[in-house]
Structure formats: structure tokens, C-alpha cells
Design a protein around this ligand. Structure first.
Ligand SMILES: Nc1ncnc2c1ncn2[C@@H]1O[C@H](COP(=O)(O)OP(=O)(O)OP(=O)(O)O)[C@@H](O)[C@H]1O
Ligand SMILES: *[C@@H]1O[C@H](CO)[C@@H](O)[C@H](O)[C@H]1NC(C)=O
Ligand SMILES: *[C@@H]1O[C@H](CO)[C@@H](O)[C@H](O)[C@H]1NC(C)=O
Ligand SMILES: *[C@@H]1O[C@H](CO)[C@@H](O)[C@H](O)[C@H]1NC(C)=O
Length: 343
């Protein structure tokens, strides 16, 4: 007979309890007490593993499970001015997570000007998949200029990166990799991650099909801005902008500049990227929203006037119309502190 952990516990407790009577009559320690203790101990050891998993993050459903409602609510309430992004991201993640047998890892490429929410969206995704959010040990973030700064070290970086990706996916198939400043990444490094993004069932015995890769870059930002500006000048609402209007802005033909040309062509060519996600430039009203959200996050009383003042003092472009924030919502947080101190 195979006893479950719970049966072991129960047996131990029953044996111990039944011996309380016996000890009450001052009998010597009976063997049944020993047996009872042993059972409790065995039960404890078997349970220990589960208790351990409860406190220590591990690659199991207790720690990794997608909350679709959570992501939907977060994209809706916490992300400002990015209706195209919200829609595409929700569909992409939901489709991938609902697929029991994905044919390749999910690869998202996030494009747009600085401070428009690319890192922020990766964090929202992380928070709704991993219980520990960005602190999860299954999320790995690489910043091109910080992690791979030296041209001369490129061969080292390559083997290190491949080693890391393989090691981490072996540890946990549902790992997430975020590559920031993709447009500044050395072509050799891009080449070395390509195999992991592809349709292989297994690569050296490891399957990468449950992993998520997110690439962030400013490439295409100028073109996206131009589309948004054209809409504005034509008197059309921002909300009317759809993904199809931005597709050309992210298409191959416009990526032939030297800066970001390589990674784009090499990834697009092979259809390794599943979704290109364009971030629109942010307007004044979005900066005010960012300011209010920032105050709430800092536990401060929301102060519309302060947020308004901070937003007004940001720099906008184009020079003539001053519609879009040059730095998006970046620096709003630090400016709030500054203005508050001088209030
Ligand atoms: N669309 C947005 N909605 C809500 N908050 C935003 C948005 N864009 C930026 N923010 C806020 O501004 C901060 C900086 O934005 P984030 O780091 O996501 O920019 P980014 O697009 O990754 O910029 P970069 O290209 O410079 O890395 C975020 O932490 C977030 O608080
Ligand atoms: C999913 O997110 C929603 C909205 O944030 C939250 O109410 C709910 O408790 C979450 N579900 C789980 C299982 O964490
Ligand atoms: C996982 O990646 C991290 C870098 O984010 C690295 O330091 C670590 O060694 C990797 N783990 C394995 C098992 O390769
Ligand atoms: C905001 O500014 C308006 C007009 O300048 C003023 O009447 C109002 O009292 C201010 N509110 C706060 C909370 O400072």
C-alpha cells in the first residue's frame, strides 16, 4: 500500500493521540509512540518539499501562471496613450499562453521613442505571469551597452550569452528574456541568439518553445512619430490610428539605415519576430496622467496642479506645434520630487 503524505500525517497524529491515554497511566514509552513519531517525521519530510516550494520561488504553477484579467486591467488602467500596444500585447501573450504546444518561443519586438512605455509594458507582462514580477529569478534582462560594452570581448559575450540562455531555459522552460537597446547590439550577438527564436523542436536536447523573448529599441520611432503627426495634422483622432497604419513605419524598407539595419533585417527575414509593437509618442495629457500615477505610486496625495506644472515644463516637438513629448514620461518622476521640494 502506498501512503500519501496526508495519510502519513494522520497516522502519526492518531498514534500519538492514542498514546496520550497510555502515558497518563505512567506506562513506559511504548513502541507505538515511536512509530507515531516516525510517521509524523516522515510526513513532515515529504511535506517539507512542498513547504519549501511555497516559500522559495520555483518553476511551477504556484509561481508562474498567466493572469489574463490582470494584464488586461493593467494595460487598460496603467498604460497611457498606447491603445495599439494594449491590444496587440494582450492578444500576443494570451494566444501564446493558451497554446499548450507552441511551435516556437514568443518573440515580441517593441519599438518607439524614449519614455513611451516599452520597459513599463515588459514589467506589466512580467507581473501578470510571474508571482514575483520583475524580481522573478526566471526573468533575465540584458542591456546592450551595459552588459556587452566592448567590441573586443564579443566572442566572450557570445559564448556567455548562449550559455546563459541555455542554462536558464534548462532550469525553467517558461523563462523570459528582455533585451534592451537592441539597436545597439553587436550583429554577432544577434546572430548567436537567432537559433533560440526559431522553430526547432529541440536544440541540444533543450526546448525553447515556452520561453518569451522581448526586444526593445528606439528604431522606427521617428517613422511612428511621423504617422502620429500626419494624423494630428489631418485633424484625425489619435485613437483612429491602427496597427495597419504603422506597419510601413516598421517595415523592412525603412530600416536600411546603418544603426538598426542589421538586427531588423536578420530577424524579419526569417520571420523570427512574432509581433512588432509600435509605441506612439506621448502628448501633454499623457504626461499629466503619468504624473498622477507616479504620485499615487509614491503614496502621495494626487495633486493635479503639480502634475500639470511638471508636464507643461517638459519639451515638446515639432517646434511649430509642440504636440509630442521629446522624452515621453521619462524624468516625470524625478521632476516631481524636484518641484515638490521647491514648492
Ligand atoms: N505609456 C505610458 N503609460 C504609463 N506610464 C508610462 C508610459 N510611458 C512611460 N511611462 C512611465 O515612464 C517611465 C519610463 O518609461 P519606460 O522606461 O517604459 O520608457 P522606454 O520606452 O522603455 O524608454 P527607453 O527607450 O528610453 O528605454 C516608466 O517607468 C513609466 O513609469
Ligand atoms: C488576476 O488579476 C485580477 C485583477 O488584477 C485580480 O483581481 C485577481 O485576483 C488576479 N488573479 C490571480 C489568480 O492572481
Ligand atoms: C541565467 O542568466 C543569468 C543572467 O541573467 C546568469 O547570471 C546565470 O548564470 C544564468 N543561469 C544559468 C544556469 O546559466
Ligand atoms: C490649483 O490651481 C488652481 C488655480 O491656479 C487653484 O485655484 C487651486 O486651489 C489649486 N489646487 C491645488 C490643490 O493646489
Amino acid at each position: 500500500m502506498k501512503l500519501t503524505t496526508r495519510q502519513f500525517w494522520l497516522m502519526g497524529v492518531v498514534l500519538l493521540l492514542s498514546n496520550l491515554n497510555a502515558t497518563a497511566t505512567f506506562e513506559p514509552i511504548s513502541t507505538s509512540i515511536a512509530v507515531g513519531m516516525a510517521a509524523v517525521l516522515t510526513g513532515f519530510l515529504a511535506t517539507y518539499q512542498n513547504v519549501f516550494y511555497y516559500f522559495q520561488e520555483c518553476c511551477r504553477a504556484e509561481w508562474i501562471s498567466f493572469n489574463k484579467t490582470g494584464l488586461e486591467v493593467d494595460l487598460d488602467r496603467r498604460l497611457f496613450g498606447q491603445h495599439v500596444v494594449s491590444r496587440v500585447v494582450l492578444n500576443a501573450i494570451t494566444g501564446f499562453k493558451n497554446n499548450k504546444n507552441p511551435k516556437k518561443p514568443l518573440v515580441l519586438s517593441l519599438h518607439g521613442g524614449t519614455g513611451t512605455g516599452k520597459n513599463f509594458v515588459s514589467h506589466l507582462i512580467a507581473e501578470n505571469i510571474y508571482k514575483n514580477g520583475m524580481d522573478s529569478s526566471f526573468i533575465h534582462q540584458f542591456v546592450a551597452t551595459a552588459h556587452f560594452p566592448h567590441q573586443s570581448q564579443i566572442e566572450n559575450y557570445k559564448s556567455q550569452l548562449q550559455h546563459w540562455i541555455k542554462g536558464n531555459v534548462t532550469n525553467c522552460p517558461q523563462s523570459m528574456f528582455i533585451f534592451d537597446e537592441m539597436d545597439k547590439m553587436h550583429p554577432g550577438l544577434i546572430d548567436c541568439i537567432k537559433p533560440y527564436l526559431d522553430y526547432y523542436e529541440k536544440l541540444d536536447g533543450v526546448s525553447y518553445r515556452q520561453a518569451i523573448f522581448i526586444f526593445l529599441s528606439n528604431s522606427g520611432g521617428e517613422n511612428i512619430m511621423q504617422v502620429a503627426l500626419d494624423f494630428w495634422r489631418a485633424g484625425r483622432g489619435r485613437e483612429e490610428i491602427e496597427l495597419k497604419h504603422l506597419e510601413t513605419a516598421l517595415s523592412l524598407s525603412v530600416f536600411n539605415n546603418k544603426q538598426s539595419g542589421f538586427w531588423h533585417t536578420s530577424l524579419i527575414d526569417k520571420n523570427l519576430v512574432d509581433f512588432f509593437i509600435p509605441f506612439l509618442p506621448l502628448e501633454y495629457k499623457h504626461l499629466v496622467q503619468c504624473g498622477m500615477a507616479e504620485m499615487a505610486a509614491k503614496g502621495l496625495e494626487p495633486n493635479y496642479n503639480l502634475s500639470d506644472q511638471v508636464a507643461r515644463d517638459m519639451i515638446f516637438f515639432p517646434k511649430s506645434e509642440k504636440i509630442f513629448s521629446v522624452k515621453g514620461c521619462k524624468t516625470i518622476s524625478s521632476k516631481l520630487d524636484l518641484y515638490r521640494d521647491h514648492a
